[in-house]
Design a protein around this ligand. Structure first.
Ligand code: ADP
Ligand code: MG
Length: 323
């Protein structure tokens, strides 16, 4: 990490970029609204900007720094990062390459395997194969049950468990008319969903306490993520110290592995056996005041408005441009 001189953010116009057209738009609006309110409350000059109806070129004259509250395709995958690089606007979060790797789960998982880090076995659904041929591949490579999800999705959208071939056949038929370009199928791992947040604070990478969640649904699905009555959360996690420490260690390795910058959240499943396996990473984790990142920061003694200011500052600590 290169520590450069960070300007006084009180002298800057902070554009909080949110919304956009991704399927994760509602979560992104919450991220943007909470972050801009907290920053304004701390006396900072902020403007909430919906990227669904704004071109990056318009922002050049309007803001000095972009706090990215965008999630999912278009916002978290390197596209907007590339546009901001081209426009010369400092922005929070990872650069183009790390964002793209973080968005595309199969590419991210290839790197994990290369680093001998545990991730569920998987196959990418090949649209050139018939459904019957795909079922045969899954039968021989993974077995059942399996978990199917979009390769570049988020928020547990369009994801689900297939207990047997019949269920998977139905789900694969459904993917043909779905919004996502590519799907992947993973070995099903029975475990507690956990997440670890990392934020660069004053030039140091701080690893937050582990957050775990018991979902009252079949898995940690869209509904459980949005209805507090459908989940029980713990932060710090109630899992054992060796388990949580190993997830924090792996999260730091993931941060370096993809070349992340500023902020990252790494999602895991923790099995009863002690196995912890990496599901994915989020280069633009949710910034809402009630979200996982804010909860983890609070457990680390960092209040939400302070967290948002730390995140804004990371826009100015990026090393020289590496894609
Ligand atoms: N291989 C798997 N086995 C069991 N459950 C899974 C698996 N992959 C995902 N899940 C469930 O789906 C949730 C969301 O998965 P994740 O990979 O983090 O995708 P998203 O980008 O949608 O958050 C997890 O918290 C977990 O409950
Ligand atoms: Mg996740």
């Amino acid at each position: 990490m290169t520590v450069t001189t960070v300007p006084d953010i009180r002298a800057l116009r902070i554009g909080v970029l949110c919304g956009g057209n991704s399927p994760e738009r509602p979560g992104s609006i919450a991220s943007g609204e909470h972050a801009s309110k907290a920053l304004a409350g701390a006396g900072l000059v902020t403007e909430l900007i919906d990227m669904a109806d704004t071109a990056v070129t318009e922002l050049r004259e309007r803001i000095d720094v972009a706090l990215l509250g965008l999630h999912g395709l278009g916002g978290e995958d390197g596209k907007i990062q590339g546009a901001l690089e081209t426009a010369g606007i400092p922005y929070t979060g990872s650069g183009v390459l790390a964002s793209a790797i973080g968005m595309h789960k199969p590419t991210f998982k290839l790197l994990l395997v290369r680093e001998c880090l545990d991730t569920p076995r998987w196959v990418v659904v090949d649209p050139a194969l018939t459904i019957e041929a795909t079922l045969s591949v899954v039968r021989h490579s993974l077995g059942f049950p399996v978990f199917i999800k979009p390769s570049s999705g988020g928020g547990s959208l369009a994801a689900g468990i297939a207990h047997d071939e019949q269920q998977l056949r139905k789900m694969l038929e459904g993917t043909r008319s779905a919004a996502y370009a590519e799907y992947m199928i993973e070995e099903y791992v029975q475990g507690i969903p956990c997440t670890v947040g990392l934020v660069e604070i004053d030039g140091r990478l701080v690893t937050f306490p582990v957050h775990d969640v018991e979902s009252k649904r079949e898995f940690y699905d869209y509904e459980a993520k949005h209805d507090p009555n459908l989940r029980v959360e713990h932060c710090p996690s109630i899992l054992s110290a060796p388990t949580t420490e190993s997830m924090q260690y792996v999260a730091r390795r993931v941060f370096r592995m993809i070349g992340a910058h500023g902020v990252l959240r790494v999602d895991f499943l923790a099995a009863a056996s002690g196995r912890t396996t990496v599901l994915e990473c989020n280069t633009l984790p949710g910034l809402s005041q009630r979200g996982n990142l804010a909860t983890m920061a609070k457990a680390a003694g960092i209040q939400y408005p302070v967290l948002m200011q730390h995140v804004v500052r990371t826009a100015f600590t990026k090393p020289a441009y590496v894609p």
